[in-house]
Design a protein around this ligand. Structure first.
Ligand SMILES: Nc1ncnc2c1ncn2[C@@H]1O[C@H](COP(=O)(O)OP(=O)(O)O)[C@@H](O)[C@H]1O
Ligand code: SF4
Ligand SMILES: [Mg+2]
Length: 334
């Protein structure tokens, strides 16, 4: 990812009621004894998002990022802990409460086909969430045209089909569909991950502009920490369903305290070849093992089998999050 100037406007109003509060969230997949014995996909995760704030959620594939996103959107059952939206508990929200939340809380996924029906015109897809909320057809069409224009597409796009657009344009349409109901929180799950670098940068800039002009909050999920760094004011680093480090974006990405965050930063691509080579040397000297070389084992620090600093204590005691230099870090030795 070759974006160099992080856009971190809109500092959070720290004293306001959070838009979102996730507290000790646990999600287990499956049922019965087997599920209870398996490690939780999300294991006691807590964070808040303030109005106008972007929180980045980063971690390797399988670390539980999408599961957290789905739990917030009501698409995945919560096993324990709570989720509140603007101070109201939505952990086990029923259909009625979810419908009411539907225009407040929207999502953009990696695959635009998950929100755009390939057999529907773009206009019909965009108008759908408005029509559900009782907006008349001509007004919905007008708002769809205006929204398309705002995301950088021609108004005539309403009459075309998703397949007539490039990947980047389809992702702009997905953003338009997410924003047409004027939500206050948008969950972006790997929203730019399938795009090439220059298209990624354009869509990230669009998301930053829309956030700043509308006071939106984002939960911005990605596996690449440099993508997250571009938009987020705060970053939460996940490993095997647990928070390893969280704090202000600059502290977490420029001065990571946890060995796993250090490995993530060292592994993220940079545009300058000399710096890339330096990072490769650093990465190798850190002695962090690859994800495929270890299997999951319960107890202790979840990162211990890959960690070059691991001791006996790391195998028996799960490190609690504690404040280290302005961030919360879960490591006995940070
Ligand atoms: N529908 C499912 N059924 C069972 N296990 C699942 C399901 N979805 C995800 N998982 C498991 O939960 C863990 C977290 O997955 P996910 O949230 O998709 O991670 P990420 O988005 O970080 O790649 C993984 O171990 C994955 O295999
Ligand atoms: S607690 Fe131990 S194993 Fe875990 S990250 Fe820290 S040093 Fe490494
Ligand atoms: Mg995912």
């Amino acid at each position: 990812m070759s974006i160099e100037t992080p856009a971190r406007q809109a500092p959070a109003a720290v004293l306001a009621t959070p838009i979102l509060e996730v507290k000790d969230l646990v999600v287990r997949y499956g049922r019965g004894r087997k599920a209870a014995a398996a490690p939780a996909a999300v294991d006691r995760v807590s964070f808040t998002i303030q109005p106008g704030e972007t929180v980045g959620l980063v971690g390797e594939s399988g670390s539980g990022k999408s599961t957290i996103g789905k739990a917030i959107l009501g698409l995945q059952k919560v096993s324990a802990g709570s989720i509140s939206y603007q101070g109201k508990d939505t952990t086990h929200a029923g259909a009625g409460q979810r419908r009411a939340l539907g225009s407040e809380l929207r999502a953009v996924f990696q695959d635009p086909n998950s929100s755009l029906n390939p057999r529907q015109t773009v206009g019909a897809s965009l108008a759908e969430p408005l029509r559900i909320r009782g907006v008349a057809a001509p007004e919905a069409r007008g708002r769809a045209e205006a929204m398309l224009e705002r995301v950088g597409l021609p108004r005539e796009a309403v009459d075309r089909y998703p397949s007539q657009f490039s990947g980047g344009q389809r992702q702009r349409i997905a953003v338009a569909r997410a924003l047409i109901c004027e939500p206050s929180l948008v969950v972006c799950d790997e929203a730019v991950s399938a795009l090439d670098l220059s298209t990624q940068a354009q869509v990230l800039n669009l998301l930053a502009d829309l956030r700043d002009e509308r006071g939106l909050s984002y939960l911005f999920i990605a596996h690449d920490i440099s993508v997250v760094q571009f938009l987020a004011q705060r970053v939460v680093v996940l490993y095997r369903g647990q928070v390893m480090e969280s704090g202000p974006a600059a502290a977490v990405t420029e001065d990571p305290k946890h060995p796993f965050t250090q490995a993530l930063v060292a592994a993220s691509p940079v545009p300058r070849p000399a710096e890339q080579a330096e990072r490769r040397t650093l990465r190798e000297s850190m002695g962090v093992r690859t994800a495929s070389s270890v299997s999951a084992t319960p107890g202790g620090c979840p990162f211990r089998q890959r960690c070059p600093l691991a001791t006996e204590m790391c195998a028996t005691e799960r490190p609690a999050l504690r404040v280290v230099g302005g961030s919360d870090v879960a490591c006995h030795y940070a």
